[in-house]
Design a protein around this ligand. Structure first.
Ligand SMILES: [Zn+2]
Length: 422
């Protein structure tokens, strides 16, 4: 029958397996399904553990969800032989269209993976493909486990370390980025020193020697761990623009809040609803916002002064020579420390203490746009998933989307068939 040949070809099924029957079950119009029956005709089958050809023992019925045909869910059905291996006992043989233990064909898993990459949220992919949340989550977990097992875990030469909050505000994970490959290399609970210690300890001395830069926030735990594990760390630790901007942005906001409080007592509302004007990049302002902001930033407000100090610091990242960069940053420091704005002075002192690492970032031209991009994607993942139930899921999602992993099921027979998204 032609159907059988067609499915045989589409599914890439080869001897000793053949399609024996294709059945369209329309009992219920809404839940109709196509069932493709596959059978294997062989006396002996290889043991899944050792490959030794063994005599068949018995058969067990199994089903796998496959890509839809004509919008009907399509199920592969087969009696799968078990062999009795002298060394490994009774084992189910491997089928060429699915990974062991999966209830989906390899192609279907690949489809779920493609959708997850596009849509990101497990819940929406489940809805889209009429699967349960746990089924989609299972595909994602297996994909990450597969990808991590395949990866050769070398220590990146250009490392970026960052923390990101997980669900509640004060729970963190540390994310280590391979800045060259632009992927997440490692995700671990917490942001304490031991997190980085463990990561560095898992790599050889030669790999640690080869590290050329470690970009991070001015965070003692990360600094100490790097100093202890990376030879010549003080010339490699770099405090990037993104984090310095973040500290200064927070300082501007603190100044604004305090000033607003004081002004309000005199019925002066000029700082009302201005928080984001001070924090946002003016390049992205609307004309209206610009007009309003122009007046504010030329005013004699303390907030305007704090903002100007921050903006000046943002211009000090293009030097190529350390001596020039040093002079510029010293000028900035003396301005900031005399500002009489306590939050700004606090950041100025932090900058002074960490100036070597800032200068390293400046002259190495480390912009950290990459890490920012990865961070933005993590924030977006948190948003689309509406939070993660636990750290493992959060970690899996980061690896899945940002780990640069090879996620697809092993190149089984079906992987040769190109598939289109449903
Ligand atoms: Zn065996």
């Amino acid at each position: 029958m032609r159907d059988k040949d067609l499915y045989q070809r589409i599914l890439g099924i080869e001897a000793p397996w053949t399609v024996t029957e294709v059945e369209l079950d329309l009992e219920d119009r809404r839940h109709g399904e196509v069932r493709v029956h596959v059978a294997g005709s062989a006396e002996n089958w290889p043991c899944p553990e050792c490959g030794r050809l063994c005599l068949g023992y018995d058969h067990l019925p199994r089903r796998w969800r496959h890509l839809d045909t004509c919008q009907y869910p399509t199920i592969l059905v087969a009696m799968v032989p078990r062999v009795d291996c002298p060394d490994h006992g009774v084992k189910q043989v491997r089928v060429p269209w699915a990974e062991p233990g999966s209830r989906f064909t390899a192609l279907f898993e690949a489809l779920v993976i493609d959708w997850l990459r596009q849509v990101a949220s497990v819940a929406s992919v489940a809805r889209l493909l009429r699967l349960t949340w746990h089924e989609v989550d299972g595909v994602q977990r297996r994909a990450v486990r597969r990808g991590l097992a395949r990866r050769t875990s070398k220590l990146p030469r250009e490392i970026g370390v960052d923390e990101t909050s997980f669900q509640r505000r004060h729970e963190y994970v540390t994310v280590v980025i391979d800045r060259e490959a632009k992927v997440v290399s490692h995700v671990a609970d917490g942001r304490g020193r031991e997190v980085l210690d463990d990561y560095f300890d898992a790599h050889s001395a030669a790999e640690r020697e080869a590290v050329t830069s470690v970009t991070m926030d001015m965070w003692p735990a990360y600094i100490e761990s790097t100093r202890e594990h990376i030879p010549d760390a003080d010339t490699k630790i770099a405090f990037d623009k993104f984090h310095v901007a973040q500290h200064l942005g927070n300082a501007v906001d603190k100044v604004r809040r305090e000033e607003h409080r004081v002004l309000r007592q005199e019925q002066d509302e000029q700082l009302k609803k201005t928080k984001y004007l001070w924090l946002r990049n003016p390049d992205n302002f609307t004309a209206e916002a610009w007009e309003r902001f122009e007046v504010l930033r030329h005013s004699s407000l303390k907030t305007a002064r704090a903002w100007a100090i921050k903006e000046y610091a943002m211009t000090l990242w293009s030097y190529r020579r350390r001596a020039w960069a040093l002079r510029a940053w010293k000028r900035w420091y003396s301005w900031a420390i005399r500002s009489r704005l306590e939050p700004v002075k606090k950041v100025a002192r932090m900058v002074k203490t960490h100036l070597d690492g800032i200068l390293t970032a400046v002259i190495k031209g480390i912009t950290n746009a990459r890490a920012e991009g990865i961070n933005a994607k993590i924030q977006w993942m948190k948003y689309t998933a509406r939070g993660f139930r636990n750290r493992e899921r959060f970690r899996d999602a980061i690896y899945f989307h940002l780990g640069g992993l090879d996620l697809y099921p092993a190149g089984l027979n079906l992987s040769a068939v190109t598939h289109t998204k449903a």
